[in-house]
Every structure is written in structure tokens, then in C-alpha cells.
Design a binder for this molecule. Structure first.
Ligand code: SF4
Length: 357
């Protein structure tokens, strides 16, 4: 392979990038249905970016990554692939504007992961703040000894992004170190093998981190404190009625403290224009907690109603969901194949490329 080929590829990639919409790579692990924390944290922004017409979003269903800490439960991962796609569709992800695809069906990602693993030290992975935090959180699963796959997931994430020539990666602050690691890998690869890979930019998500119904700083599937986008009105009502309120308020006319009440917090999230009034009545002791919760449950139910309607449509038509995944995955495969061709050329691994496809 001639060095000139790689430069030409880089010029052609840059030309294509200048001509086309900005490519975003993002996604979720299929480990459960998505909740309002996902919605306000990232999905809402994704829909806005998709509809702005400036971006070309690729959204991966990260099943391989889900297996890094669910390797002993493949059924859970498999079952949730379709669930996550239906949640995407319900919030307004449009398969005509966004490419939704399955990570494990892009074999180039696995290949790139192997190639990149030579460019990262174990010490560097162990120092990654996001990985460090997650290992601590998963002590129950890993004990004192984390798996090679989990420690290395930032490497496979770098492969996810670069296989699709992703230029922008929207992430929350806590995920930023993962993308920094991806950028390091890209720079190292390009410095050794030639300028082949696209170095992505971090787009810091403006999304909010949503607290759980129990007051926990994080809403999470495993924490049991989430309202799911697909929850029924009855489920929403049951959950809201159990939300943590002001513990100092015993009687209905006791003056309340909305700043420590999760119900007030959700009022602000779902109906900001009413928040002041809610606080005023709460502090004056003229608002009862039961009525306050019932009102909130109704507001959330109404807010999520259009999403539930779209979801119900797709639940009845799983073949349409599969078609979206098939089309998206085929498109992502084509992009990844093109990138891999150039990667292999650059790494002098392009044996018999004319004879063996
Ligand atoms: Fe919370 Fe509403 Fe009760 Fe005030 S009245 S403590 S805001 S639930």
C-alpha cells in the first residue's frame, strides 16, 4: 500500500465531510426500557439535533457493550433491543433522518477494537475516571477482579465512533473521559499509520440529569426509582404517589418545604410555569400532598401520552421495528466497510484484497 493512497482517502473523507451533514454517533445499551431520565438527559436533544437538518445521526443499539456487564444474561440484552428502538420512535427519532443500527452486526467494530487495543495501555484504561467509577459501582458483579472486556469498553467505544467516521459525540460530563480516550486512540493511530481516522469532537450534552423518585441524584433502571416512557397512567400514578416528599410535613396545613420534595421537583420539570404557584401553596400549607401528587401524575401522564400512542402503534407492528433496524444496520455496515478498507490498507493488512472480499 502506498502512503499516497491514505492521504487521498483523507482528502476524500474531508471533502465528503464538508459536503454532507455533520455526523453524530450516539446510542444506548439495550438493558431495559428508557425512562424520563434518558429523555431529559439526551433523547430530547437528539430529536432536536435530528430535526435541525444540520446533522446526520447514527444511533447504535450497543448490545455488545451491554454484554460487558450482562454477559451472563444474553436474553435480557436481546429482549431489550426492540424495546429501546420503540422508545426511540416514540420520542420522535425518525428513521428517515436518523440511522438506527445494531452494534454487534457491524463486525468492523470488533476488528477495530482488536487493532486499537495495541494503542492503549492497561494503566491508561484503569486511570479513566468513568471506567473507575463504573467498576466501583459494579463491585457486586466483578468483585475485586474486573473483566478484560469491561476494562476495555472505552476501546470498543472508540471503534464504534470511528467505524462510522463520527465527527460529533454528544455526551454528558461524566462520559467525557471516554471520548477523550477515543481521541487519543485516533491521534495515535493516525500518527503511526497515516491520517485515516476522523477525530471526533465532544458535544457536551445540555441535557439535565434527572433525580429519582426516591430523591437519589440519579434515576436508574437498577435503582428502581424511574418513570419509564412507556409506563401506563396507572403505573405513573402509583410511582408518583410513592415519591419522597417533605418529611417535616405531617398535617395537611403544615407549611411545606418544596425544595426538599421530589414532587415539587417534578412539577418544575414537567410544568415549569406552575412551579411557583405549587411552591407558594405548599409553603402556605394550603396544598395537600395527596392532591399535589395526583395533579403531578396527571401532568406526567398527559406529557407522555403522545409517546405512548406511537409506542402502541409499533408494539402492534414488530415487523416495522425490525425493518427499521435492518435498513439502518445495512447502511451502517456500508459506512464501516469503507472505513475498514482504508484502515487495513494503512496497517498493511490488505492482503489479496482484489481476490478475496
Ligand atoms: Fe411536596 Fe406538594 Fe406536599 Fe408540598 S404539597 S410537600 S410540594 S407534595
Amino acid at each position: 500500500m502506498e502512503g499516497g493512497d491514505v492521504s487521498l482517502f483523507q482528502i476524500s473523507i474531508k471533502k465528503k465531510m464538508a459536503e454532507r451533514k455533520k455526523r453524530i454517533v450516539t446510542g444506548d445499551r439495550p438493558t431495559g426500557r428508557l425512562h424520563i431520565g434518558h429523555y431529559f438527559g439526551s433523547l430530547k436533544k437528539r430529536v432536536e439535533m435530528q430535526n435541525s437538518g444540520e446533522y446526520d445521526p447514527y444511533i447504535l443499539i450497543a448490545d455488545v457493550q451491554a454484554l460487558t456487564d450482562n454477559f451472563n444474561n444474553p436474553d435480557k440484552v436481546r429482549k431489550n433491543v426492540r424495546e429501546v428502538v420503540m422508545d426511540y420512535l416514540s420520542v420522535g427519532i425518525d428513521p428517515k433522518k436518523s440511522t438506527i443500527y445494531i452494534q454487534s452486526m457491524i463486525p468492523e467494530v470488533a476488528e477495530l477494537t482488536v487493532f486499537y487495543s495495541n494503542l492503549v495501555t492497561i494503566a491508561r484504561l484503569q486511570r479513566n475516571p468513568t471506567v473507575k467509577t463504573e467498576i466501583t459501582q459494579k463491585k457486586e458483579l466483578f468483585g475485586e477482579s474486573v473483566t478484560y472486556g469491561f476494562l476495555g469498553y472505552p476501546v470498543s467505544q472508540a471503534a464504534d465512533i470511528t467505524a462510522l467516521a463520527g465527527e460529533f459525540v454528544p455526551v454528558g460530563e461524566d462520559q467525557q473521559p471516554l471520548i477523550e480516550q477515543c481521541k487519543e486512540i485516533v491521534r495515535k493511530f493516525n500518527s503511526i499509520y497515516g491520517e485515516v481516522l476522523v477525530e471526533p469532537e465532544i458535544v457536551l450534552s445540555e441535557g439535565k440529569r434527572i433525580k429519582g423518585l426516591d430523591g437519589n441524584e440519579k434515576m436508574g433502571k437498577s435503582l428502581g426509582n424511574a418513570i419509564y416512557l412507556s409506563d401506563t397512567p396507572e403505573e405513573i400514578s402509583k410511582k408518583v404517589m410513592s415519591a419522597v416528599t417533605d418529611p417535616a410535613r405531617i398535617k395537611k396545613d403544615d407549611p411545606g418545604h418544596p425544595d426538599v420534595c421530589m414532587v415539587a421537583y417534578y412539577h418544575k420539570l414537567f410544568q415549569e410555569d406552575q412551579y411557583e404557584q405549587v411552591c407558594k401553596e405548599c409553603k402556605a400549607g394550603s396544598r395537600g400532598c395527596v392532591a399535589c401528587k395526583k395533579e403531578l401524575a396527571q401532568v406526567i401522564t398527559d406529557y407522555l401520552a403522545p409517546m405512548r400512542k406511537i409506542r402502541a402503534y409499533y408494539e402492534e407492528r414488530p415487523e416495522e421495528v425490525d425493518k427499521i433496524l435492518i435498513e439502518g444496520t445495512k447502511k451502517a455496515q456500508e459506512t464501516a466497510k469503507e472505513v475498514m478498507k482504508q484502515v487495513k490498507k494503512a496497517m498493511k493488512l490488505d492482503y489479496f484484497s482484489d481476490e478475496i472480499k
